[in-house]
Design a protein around this ligand. Structure first.
Ligand SMILES: [Zn+2]
Length: 590
């Protein structure tokens, strides 16, 4: 009895000490991130030529924040408390996990390897964005290369454009090798096995588990991908008047990596431009809020409308702004803002609803129950999954009809629409979950030797995407590095695959179990039950494991089966079209 009492006492002492540390950490963390966010906000919303002050301040705020999160003191404390797991509450334990994880960006204990990594990262970025592209020795902007791949029928020009886009890899290859070593060296002192294991830890997974997970996605959608691949081989061969190839030549596809083929079934996409033209950009923004309020969410804070930068900078203004839409959680509380350049177009109709989805997610977990360090998506994929899901739902026919944005009973080619969507969504999975993820896994976890970078890359491309290069791609090239993310956001790409998969899972659950509507023709507008469902998933932020969140709310583990269900009519259609054709991808992925 006495011993038990003492143990309980000891636990209390540990918990109290841990809590004091966490309270102080959270306050400081929030204060520093707010300063950093404000500086970045200014840098993105008011770009004034020659304004070095804003850049300097943003750089300084970054440094101060990184110094705090990476300090030896914080690392030591996190490690100490993580070792006392049994004495901590689950919420405390989660915070220490994140605190250690946050240190990985700038760990003081990795010594000069941090500065070396930052230096080489900057060099790689400069090389990447500063590089020029040439066709027949004439300099050509990258946008023109993309346009050739999207539109040109001239195969020799296509090949030149594709080859030109890959030249950059040669320049980046040696840098990528050192970058890998330094990234690994930055995180191993924190106890992570390598950099891929480190980033996977944000999903509570090891690197091996991450690769198992993403490979599972490809297995799930493989029967449909195989049909699409077969269809595309015949479709492209006819288009270019060529014999049908076993594997698709890379330069035949409409982008540099074969990651999105939606140009192959270009359709009159759902356009509501003509109706939206009658409204103002302000009207469109307020429709976004109205949509969420119709689901039962509160109105947005007044400060959102005062502080956001929602519309294009006027042509005569002394500043410009970043045109890429984004959502910001400035103070990890109610200071939420969005940066957009809204004009009344179809694109912004779904962009507004997408970005406001992030905003409502921020607000949902800004509660006293969720400590500041855990005010984040359940995992990185959740945030994007919600945004993209709402963006997708915002363009479905019944919703648009209900808002008077299209005529009732408008007839469209649903199969072609679905094919167009699959050429984007399904085609993305073997690329993101397979090629990118497994290349980076091998790079960081298996220390892939420099003389095998390109060999492995093309093995993966052929195996998962069924794509081959026009000619030999020896080790003088480094085609993996032609993808920006490889050097700018390393070991991160699987997030996009996860978000895509979750998007369809949440949408399927809403369509089947809440709305009882066809997932391809839903109307979320005004459905309070949908809002209640979203709030329940959003509210805990990152304070509970994401797997638990999924199981509680959609009664399922993560899987790409919902994607397959969504595209079921397309599978049947393609099987008919492809009947009698020669399939070159194996029936089962091994
Ligand atoms: Zn987003």
């Amino acid at each position: 009895m006495a011993a038990a009492c003492q143990t309980k006492n000891e636990i209390n002492i540990v918990q109290n000490q841990a809590q004091s540390f966490l309270d102080a950490y959270n306050v400081k963390y929030r204060a520093l991130i707010t300063v950093d966010n404000l500086a970045q906000w200014k840098l993105n919303t008011r770009i004034v030529k020659g304004d070095t002050m804003s850049q300097y301040q943003a750089g300084l705020a970054d440094k101060v924040f990184a110094k705090f999160t990476g300090s030896k003191e914080n690392i030591d404390s996190a490690k100490k408390y993580l070792g006392l797991k049994d004495s901590l509450t689950p919420l405390q334990f989660r915070q220490f996990q994140i605190i250690l994880y946050n240190a990985g960006n700038n760990p003081e204990i990795a010594g000069d390897k941090v500065d070396k990594r930052i230096k080489i990262a900057n060099q790689l970025t400069t090389l990447l964005y500063g590089s020029k592209f040439y066709i027949d020795k004439k300099s050509i902007p990258i946008g023109s290369i993309d346009s050739i791949l999207e539109n040109s029928q001239n195969l020799s020009l296509r090949l030149k454009a594709w080859e030109s886009s890959k030249e950059i890899g040669k320049t980046l290859k040696t840098g990528l090798d050192s970058f890998r070593d330094l990234l690994n060296a930055n995180v191993t002192p924190l106890g992570y096995k390598n950099y891929f294991d480190y980033t996977s830890e944000s999903y509570d997974l090891t690197g091996d588990q991450m690769v198992d997970l993403t490979r599972g996605f490809i297995v799930d959608i493989w029967p449909l991908y195989r049909e699409i691949h077969t269809w595309a081989r015949y479709h492209l061969a006819a288009k270019y008047h060529q014999p049908v190839p076993d594997f698709i030549p890379a330069q035949w596809l409409p982008d540099r990596w074969g990651q999105n083929w939606d140009h192959l079934a270009k359709i009159e996409s759902m356009s509501i431009d003509s109706v939206l033209k009658k409204h103002s950009a302000e009207w469109l923004a307020h429709q976004g809020e109205k949509f969420y309020m119709s689901l039962g969410f509160d109105s947005l804070p007044k400060s959102f409308w005062e502080n956001s930068s929602l519309y294009p900078a006027p042509p005569d203004s002394p500043y410009t702004k970043n045109n890429h839409a984004s959502a910001w959680h400035i103070d990890l509380d109610t200071d939420v803002r969005s940066l957009q350049s809204i004009t009344p177009t179809t694109e912004y109709w779904s962009t507004v609803l997408h970005e406001f989805g992030h905003i409502y997610y921020f607000l949902s977990y800004s509660t006293p129950e969720v400590p500041y360090v855990l005010r984040n998506g359940a995992n990185s994929g959740f945030h994007e999954a919600f945004g993209t899901m709402i963006g997708m739902a915002s363009l479905q026919k019944p919703l648009l009809e209900s808002q008077g944005l299209i005529q009732k009973g408008l007839v469209m080619n649903d199969t072609l629409n679905l094919l167009n969507e699959a050429l984007n969504s399904i085609v993305f999975i073997p690329w993101s979950a397979g090629v990118m993820t497994e290349f980076e896994y091998n790079l960081y976890s298996k220390n892939l030797p420099e003389d095998q970078f390109n060999k492995l890359w093309w093995e993966l491309v052929k195996k998962y995407q069924g794509i081959v290069p026009a000619g030999p791609r020896g080790e003088e090239y480094c085609d993996a590095a032609s993808k920006t993310h490889t050097t700018t956001t390393p070991a991160y790409y699987y997030n996009y695959a996860i978000a895509r998969v979750l998007q369809y899972q949440f949408h399927q659950y809403i369509a089947d179990s809440i709305l009882h509507q066809d997932p391809r023709a839903t109307n979320y507008w005004g459905q309070k039950d949908v809002g209640a469902f979203l709030k329940k998933i959003m509210r805990p932020g990152a304070s509970i494991p994401w797997q638990e969140n999924l199981r509680t709310n959609i009664h399922s583990n993560i899987s790409a089966k919902a994607m397959m269900d969504y595209f079921k009519p397309l599978l049947n259609y393609l099987q008919r079209i492809n009947s009698g054709r020669n399939y070159t991808l194996p029936e089962k992925l091994n």
